[in-house]
Design a protein around this ligand. Structure first.
Ligand code: HAM
Length: 424
């Protein structure tokens, strides 16, 4: 056999797309369970949408000039010449499904949640992959009531808190509505006329000026500091709306800070936008906001909505960074050992009988002799081994061996369950 060092895999997974190995699954189980528990508690129903959508769905809603659409979408043509995209985000597909399936007939607000993979053609680095998974929560049909902005933020915060991620905080901003945003954009353009920003920002100013506030380039930092803020340009309605959201957060005693440069990367947002961050983790764990025009844009009636998405991989990264311990409840297991042809033949039905009675059985039926099977039983940290040899198969009996003390006893097969239960 070649040594491990000499093995050269014929294929590697696609760049930026990762396997989730058995040893990582307990984290995933924990995150999935926390998301499901929170969804149940706050009354969100699960929705799933296809991985592939028309590329135009994202181009129109996230915006042609957004990073996601401009640089990160996996786009391809099917055999009927349709331009399709691997889903880069979940909000537009959920809004599409809401309109297409007439979900407006259901009682409102309609609360939906999902957990599925997303695809973005990014430069892979810590917390940034080409396939990632998001937990999304969306509240649709809420009359723009600020109480729901606060509830969305609360749910996002609780989810991270439930996973024991320490030092969480909320970054929040309001980017106004269709009435006040054009006024802000004009102010911003006027201000930047007299500045010398980076090359990217020069381009942003022509395609999507709001994004200059998001620029990370050093040249732009002092410029950004003097730039007008969205908050100063809010109309009366948006201003009161934002104040109300903050009052709710204060009532909840959630730690938030205003972030003038938070504009989010997707075009469908209006008014409240937020991100959840954890100290010591460079990337944000989740983000979201209000998107009151999206459903209408997709052919539905004007319908206010808001929500958030959290990256599962980033949540796990933050848990691991913080040394969060998982305490999986290990069900005591028994290890089944067989020796000889007759015993092997009778093994499968015997194990099936135990499974029906909810006794979890480990085995290594492909092995022949006692020693390697016992060694595996030890490795798996089973409490008991059941040893079924030729003699036992004839006599309808089996040996129960306590793997900690080494004590063993032969019992009749018909009494096996009773005897196992006595010992575990
Ligand atoms: P987003 O901020 O683009 O928002 O993504 C949400 C979260 O997904 C991020 O905060 C991050 O945790 C995770 N994420 C995004 N890209 C990557 C990546 N390349 N690798 C790993 N994790 C990533 C949205 O997608 C909106 N649809 C959220 C939303 C829902 N807004 C309203 N409802």
């Amino acid at each position: 056999m070649p040594s491990k060092k000499n093995i050269k895999p014929t294929f590697q997974s696609v760049k930026g797309m990762h396997d989730i190995l058995p040893q990582e699954q307990p984290y995933w189980d924990k995150v999935r369970k926390a998301a499901k528990d929170i969804a149940d508690y706050y009354n969100f129903s699960r929705i799933d949408t296809p991985i592939v959508e028309r590329a135009e769905l994202f181009e129109r809603t996230s915006g042609e000039s957004s990073e996601v659409v401009e640089r990160q979408m996996f786009v391809f043509k099917d055999k009927d010449d349709n331009r399709l995209a691997l889903r880069p985000e979940g909000t537009a597909p959920v809004a599409r499904a809401y309109v297409q399936n007439g979900l407006s007939r259901l009682p409102h607000p309609l609360k939906l949640f999902y957990l599925f993979p997303m695809f973005r053609y990014e430069q892979p680095q810590a917390g940034r992959a080409r396939q990632h998974h998001q937990i999304g929560f969306e509240i649709i049909g809420d009359n723009s009531d600020p109480v729901y902005d606060a509830q969305t933020i609360l749910v996002a915060y609780r989810l991270a808190e439930e996973l024991k991620i320490p030092k969480l905080s909320i970054q929040i901003n309001s980017i106004g509505c269709k009435n006040c945003r054009p006024i802000f954009k004009k102010k911003l353009l006027d201000y930047y006329k007299n500045q010398e920003p980076c090359k990217d920002c020069k381009r942003r100013l022509t395609v999507n000026p709001m994004r200059v506030l998001d620029c990370k380039n050093e040249v732009c930092q002092p410029i950004k500091q003097g730039a007008p803020t969205t908050i100063d340009s809010l109309c009366g309605y948006c201003n009161n709306h934002f104040k109300s959201v903050l009052e709710y957060l204060e009532e909840l005693k959630l730690p938030y800070s205003l972030n003038n440069s938070l504009v989010r990367g997707l075009d469908y947002y209006s008014r409240t936008v937020f991100e959840i961050v954890a100290e010591g983790v460079d990337v944000s764990l989740g983000g979201g906001g209000r998107y009151d025009y999206l459903v209408e844009q997709l052919g539905g009636r004007p319908t206010a909505a808001n929500g958030f998405g959290m990256g599962v991989e980033r949540l796990i990264l933050a848990m691991q960074k913080a040394g969060v311990q998982l305490n999986p409840k290990v069900k005591p297991k028994v290890f089944f050992i067989q020796i000889g042809a007759l015993a092997k033949k009778k093994s499968l039905p015997l194990i099936e009988g135990l499974r029906k009675l909810n006794i979890e059985v480990l085995e290594s039926l492909g092995k022949e002799s006692l020693k390697p099977q016992l060694r595996l039983a030890d490795k798996e940290t089973a409490k008991l081994a059941l040893i079924f040899g030729q003699k036992e198969a004839f006599e309808e009996s089996i040996i129960i061996r306590d793997l900690q003390t080494g004590a063993q006893e032969t019992v009749q097969l018909k009494k096996l369950v009773e005897e196992i239960k006595k010992r575990i």
